[in-house]
Design a binder for this molecule. Structure first.
Ligand code: NAD
Length: 413
């Protein structure tokens, strides 16, 4: 099958749900077109004196239900089409979770590996200066994504606050010392586990004992692995950009977290065999979790998936061609806009705390996250069962319906 650009592919998922909803064609056109897109020049002086000039993007997809919300990624293959696709996923995700946000995403087309903290700080400040007129506590609130973290958010907050006054609520995923919320860093990975647990309950299965393979051991993958490990599931394989490690007896997750925390790769773990990222996708296991890049399960390899459920911790990891093959094979897919929504839900908790200038204890954060994620799963599963459709179709339909209703009330058409 010819390669479909990410935004066109995500709009295929949209179209399937729009048919189920019998969506008005005018609304269809409005909801599939991003509201605003900006490309900015980001010049960065490197430590050796050289100058690089890279492109940065911010796409505000839809703001019918609230301020734009979405992460910023640094990656060499990021482009406007990918950011547009990811921004639209945020629109359906925030609506599915019934959060008072719209959808946005940002990206800088740069390879940050090997860049010094000084170089990353200069890059982040220049990018923030380029987009800051579009940001605002009630307009657009960025968060971390691939290769960005709490430190990146601290720099964005500082650059924005320099011209707008002290504004911790301008970003989420901040360090705790700057108004970050205890629990936010772990929220996406934990949320994935809560949703998987709810799916297991629906299937009459126990989460404990499930054999799980996770691609990616960054923020999302490592926190999901920790939560699974604590709940008695068996993490049998994990990977990072250098390759994968497999141990059918179960990986020592706390040991691996410590190893990776010291700046090393998962493939340097003492116990386990090294395999490729591709072999991890095809591994004999119960649960497969893509938690790194997009488009890793396609029509070229979906037929080789042997898990019974795929949890989309990453954004857009399964292409429409791959999705159809998995459906035909009877493999359940828990879609990204549901599975990884713990991140934006945690961001919502952080934002509300910043606005109220009141900090919750982590126990409250975790309890509310669990309730929100498992509630969204149950609502989506019930919708899917009622309409005899997939979880992805149900999740999109619920999200689209909420945005469509808000857009109509606001007079968008
Ligand atoms: P991260 O940068 O912390 O970690 C990314 C991981 O993927 C690292 O282990 C890296 O080595 C690995 N990786 C990179 N390239 C790879 C490749 N080619 N093959 C295999 N592994 C590779 O990023 P993250 O924040 O954990 O985000 C991971 C995914 O989850 C992304 O798709 C992101 O959009 C999505 N997501 C993140 C959040 C969040 O709160 N951070 C929220 C929702 C969704």
């Amino acid at each position: 099958m010819a390669h479909l650009p990410a935004h066109e592919a995500v709009n295929q998922y949209f179209a399937e749900a729009a048919t189920i909803l019998d969506l008005d064609p005018e609304l269809h056109a409005v909801l599939t077109t991003p509201y605003r897109e900006i490309t900015v020049q980001v010049p960065v002086r490197l430590d050796d004196g050289d100058l690089i000039v890279v492109r940065g993007y911010r796409v505000q997809h839809n703001g019918a239900r609230g301020p734009y919300k979405g992460g910023i990624r640094y990656h060499p293959t990021t482009d406007l089409n990918e950011v547009r696709a990811l921004a639209s996923l945020m629109t359906w995700k925030t609506a599915l979770l019934d959060l008072p946000f719209g959808g946005a995403k940002g990206g800088v087309e740069v390879d940050p590996t090997g860049m010094s903290q000084g170089e990353l700080q200069r890059l982040t400040r220049r990018f923030t200066n380029g987009i800051q007129h579009l940001l605002g506590v009630y307009r657009d609130i960025p968060a971390p994504d691939m290769n960005t973290n709490a430190q990146t958010m601290a720099w964005i907050m500082d650059a924005f606050s320099a011209s707008h006054g002290y504004s911790p609520a301008i970003v989420t995923g901040k360090p705790l010392d700057l108004g970050g919320a205890p629990g936010r860093e772990a929220a996406t990975g934990r949320g994935c586990t809560y949703v998987l647990d709810a799916w297991c309950q629906h299937q009459g299965l126990a989460l404990a004992g499930q054999r799980v393979a996770i691609q990616g051991f960054g923020n999302v993958g490592s926190w999901m692995a920790r939560e699974l490990h604590e709940r008695g599931a068996k993490v049998v394989a994990v990977s990072d950009v250098s390759g994968a490690i497999v141990n059918p007896g179960g990986i020592d997750v706390p040991g691996l977290v410590a190893l990776v925390g010291s700046g090393r790769s998962v493939v340097e773990a003492e116990r386990g065999d090294v395999i490729t990222n591709q072999e991890l996708i095809e591994l004999e296991c119960d649960v497969l979790v893509p938690a790194a890049l997009g488009e890793v399960i396609t029509d070229a390899n979906a037929g080789a998936v042997r898990a019974k459920v795929v949890v989309e911790a990453a954004n857009y990891p399964v292409t429409p061609g791959g999705d159809k093959i998995l459906r035909d094979l009877g493999v359940t897919v828990i879609p990204d806009i549901l599975a990884n929504a713990g991140g934006v839900t945690g961001s919502y908790f952080e934002w509300t705390q910043n606005i109220q200038q009141f900090t919750w204890k982590e126990e409250r954060f975790v309890a509310e996250l669990l309730e929100k994620m498992q509630g969204a799963f149950r609502f989506t599963q019930a919708f899917a069962d009622d309409h005899r459709i997939t979880l992805r179709q149900a999740a999109y339909a619920i999200g689209i319906k909420r945005v469509a209703d808000a857009a109509k009330l606001r007079g968008y058409i």
